[in-house]
Structures are given as C-alpha cells and as structure tokens.
Write a protein that binds this ligand. Structure first.
Ligand SMILES: *Cc1c(COP(=O)(O)O)cnc(C)c1O
Length: 450
C-alpha cells in the first residue's frame, strides 16, 4: 500500500513559534499612529494584553508556546499531511502532490491555532471579555471556541451579508457560548456612522473591525482579538509550517513549491515562513500566496501605509492595500476579501522572497470539485484558491514531464459553504476582475503619511 497520511505524535507539536522577523533582510516597518509617529505599546494596551504586544514587536527567533496552549491544540493537532495519490492519478501528472489538512480543527480551519493562544494570554492578563469581527464566520467560530475554553465572554460582530447567508456559522458560535451581532450595528459610533450613509449597508470586514475595536477600547474588562494580518497572529500559525517540515522529513521528500490561500496572510505566513529559514540557508523552495482576482491585494494593490479598518481607528500599517474603504464584491471565499495584507507577508513580497498569484472564482471551484472527487474532502472556497494554483503547476509538470514535489495548505473544509457550491453547480457564480480605475482611485484616498 502507498503511504497516504504522514502523521506526527502529539509530543511532536512544536514547542516554539517561529518569528520570521529575526531572519528578515530588513527590519519590518513600524505601525504609525494618527500623528505619523510609531505607535507606542501603551496605545495598543487598551485592546491587547501585554504578552501579545510583546510578541507583536519581538525580534526573538523562537518564542516558547505555553504548555496549556499546546494541551488544547492536542485536541486536533498535529494535523495530518496527505499525499494526494488519487488527485495525482486524476491529473495524470508526474508531480507529487501533498496537502496539510487544517480542516480537522473543531471550527474547521487553521484559525483556532491563534484563537487559543490569544484567549490564553487575555485570560492571563485578567481580561473577562473579547470582541472580534467575522466575515464568513470562520474566525468568529474559532474565537468563540477558544473563549469558551478559557472562560471568556465573546461578542462577535458578523458582517451582515454573511450573518444572513450563513445562519449555521452563527449557531456554531452560539453553541460555543458567544453572542453574535449583525454588523453594522447601531450599538457603536462606527456602526451608526456607516448606517447613516447607507442604511442597507451589507457590511464589510473593515466595518466590523471598527465596531469591535471601538467597543474593546471603551471597556477596561474587554480586549479585541484579530484573526489574521498582525505579526502575532502569523507567529501563532507557524506551528503549521513547522509540522509540515517534520512531516516532509518523515516522508523523505521536500517541496519545490508551497501554495496557500492568502486573505490577511496568516495561514500563508504560518505555512511559508518556516520554509523561508531554509531558503535563507540556500535551499530552493517557491513560496506562493494565492488570492482572488476580485480582491488582488498582493498582485495589484499599492504598497503603502493604510488603516486596517474602514473607519480609520487602527494604526497605519505598511502593506499591500486596495484602500481601507474597499468594499469587496460578494465572492464566495469570504476569508479572502480583506483590503490589506499582513505587513510581514507584504514586505517579503516587496523584497521578492515570496510570490503571489491571483485566480478567478469559477476556476477555483472547478479545482475544489476536482479535488473533492479525487480525495474526498470538500474544501473551503478559500482553500480552493491554493488547490487551483497547485493543480495548474501539476498540469505544467505534465507538459514538461517534471516530477516536482508540490504542497498546498488545505486551510479549511467547506461544510458550511455548500450554498456556494450549489451556486457553482447552477452556473450562477461570476468571475470578477477588480477594475484598474478602482485601484487607482484608492490611491487618492490613502492616508497621507509624513
Ligand atoms: C480565513 C481563512 C483563510 C484566509 O486566511 P488568512 O490567514 O487571513 O490569509 C483561508 N482559508 C480559510 C478556510 C479561512 O477560514
């Protein structure tokens, strides 16, 4: 029999997170406050606990993972690495294809890896409540789960269009004890400001972030948790890439190319950054972030200082951005609709150490269905982006006859996304190329710095 799953033992869960900042060619650009000066930790202390802020700024290469966190991660980690024998056969490619299944977590994606860590550090700091935003519901579910495990109350501002389209994600969050509100709400100033302009606003991640941050900043017992983008979030996800490297060692193989879907960049960074260390040591490996053509942040966005939210409450971060007031088209990969990207991922892209490609929506579902029919697992629409790029590479290998080793991160399962699959099967999905004029227009509305 051919080995299909490459498994690690629980005691092989990494003991440290890998901090890519220690190995970056140039130091990351600091986040800036409203006065254009680097933000002080005190400013962020209103919404984040000290340990998280320390991780956000740390240049230490290895940061120890507290045992209590590893113990909870044991509920689903280490996650399996699969060799996709059946997909390879279906494609008729000489390439060897592997994928890591992060869909085995209780919430169904990679996001609980950081949710658990964030809830832990907030409880350690004496915080009682967390606020957050969620788009498709993946992050809200993850923080609801983690909050429950550490006895924290959780309030989730859920983008209104998803709140209406994804009632079962909401039920899931409520099962884990969270309170879920449809954003924009009239309970925050940010929400009321948006509703005054557009009473029927479908909401956006940027708007929901504004609401969650505003509430956390106004209550001393409440902090805010973010599911992607920030350095500490990417740091927590490096547990994935470290496991992948150990699993490849066990398999006696090593990837020529690594693909991961890229929204805010945490699962891509979490997978890719541990490989960057190898790259720095001279090993060849392509690291490819895959995004939608409808939200082409890394491939077509501006590299500039911009806000993380819509209203302008967050510090300014140097990143690829489509503009903080970007309202994404209603594509079905909700986790990939953010206007910006992790500053670490952005800088490494700017410096040419990682690559990015954009793929159109319908082609991603083609790939997801092909994958499901070969391997059985129904992938999240976000994950379908990485699958598309990986299959395209495998098909190129078929033409050239190269037996490359390809890897993608299966960031989540698609069990709550079946209505999107239905639309695909009915031929109701559309491809959408974000227009050049909109990208240029965003430039004029970027905050002026310096
Ligand atoms: C959120 C999400 C993503 C995007 O993750 P980032 O870390 O923000 O890039 C990808 N896949 C799934 C399944 C998700 O839930």
């Amino acid at each position: 029999m051919n080995q299909t799953k490459i498994l690690l033992d629980e005691n092989e869960i990494p003991t440290h997170w890998y901090n890519v900042m220690a190995d970056m060619p140039s130091p990351p650009a600091p986040p800036l406050g409203p006065d254009g000066k680097p933000v002080s930790p005190e400013m962020l202390g209103a919404i984040f606990p000290p340990a998280i802020l320390e991780q956000e700024m740390s240049a230490e290469r290895w940061i120890p993972i507290p045992d209590e966190i590893r113990q909870i991660l044991c509920l689903w980690r280490p996650s399996p690495l699969y060799r996709a024998h059946r997909l390879e056969a279906a494609l008729g490619t000489p390439a060897r294809i592997y994928y890591k299944n992060e869909g085995v977590s209780p919430a169904g994606s990679h996001k609980p890896n950081t949710a658990v860590a964030q809830a832990y550090y907030n409880r350690e700091a004496g915080i009682r409540r967390l606020t957050t935003e969620t788009g498709a519901g993946q992050w809200g579910s993850s923080i609801a789960l983690a909050g429950q495990m550490f006895g924290l109350e959780v309030r989730v501002y859920m983008v209104k269009v998803s709140y209406e389209q994804k009632p079962f994600r909401r039920s899931m969050m409520e099962t884990w004890g969270a309170e879920v509100l449809a954003s924009p709400t009239d309970t925050t100033r940010s929400g009321r400001q948006i509703l005054a302009q557009d009473p029927d606003s479908p909401g956006s991640l940027g708007i929901a972030i504004s609401e969650a941050v505003e509430e956390a900043a106004s209550r001393p017992d409440t902090n805010y948790a973010l599911g992607s983008v920030l350095n500490h979030v990417v740091l927590h996800q490096t547990i994935i890439g470290q496991e992948v490297k150990k699993q490849f060692e066990k398999a006696g193989d090593y990837p020529d190319a690594v693909f991961a879907p890229c929204g805010g960049g945490s699962n891509f960074g979490g997978v890719a950054f541990p490989f960057l260390a190898d790259k720095a040591a001279g090993r060849e490996v392509r690291l490819v972030a895959v995004e939608p053509t409808s939200c082409p942040t890394l491939t077509r966005g501006h590299y500039a200082y911009d806000f993380g939210d819509s209203v302008g409450l967050t510090p300014l971060m140097l990143m690829y951005t489509l503009g903080h007031d970007f309202v994404p088209p209603g594509i079905h990969a909700g986790g990939l609709r953010y206007h910006g990207d992790s500053p670490l991922v952005s800088q490494l892209h700017k410096e040419g150490l990682i690559e990015a490609v954009a793929v159109p929506q319908i082609a991603t579902f083609d790939a997801g269905v092909q994958f499901a029919r070969a391997e059985g697992i129904i992938p999240a629409p976000e994950s379908c982006h990485a699958i598309r790029a990986c299959i395209d590479e495998a098909l190129r290998c078929k033409e050239t006859g190269e037996a490359k080793t390809l890897f993608f991160n299966l960031s989540g399962h698609g069990h709550f996304d079946m209505s999107s699959y239905d639309k695909y099967f009915r031929g109701e999905l559309e491809d959408y190329e974000y227009p050049e004029e909109a990208i240029n227009a965003a430039l004029d509305r970027l905050p002026k710095v310096g």
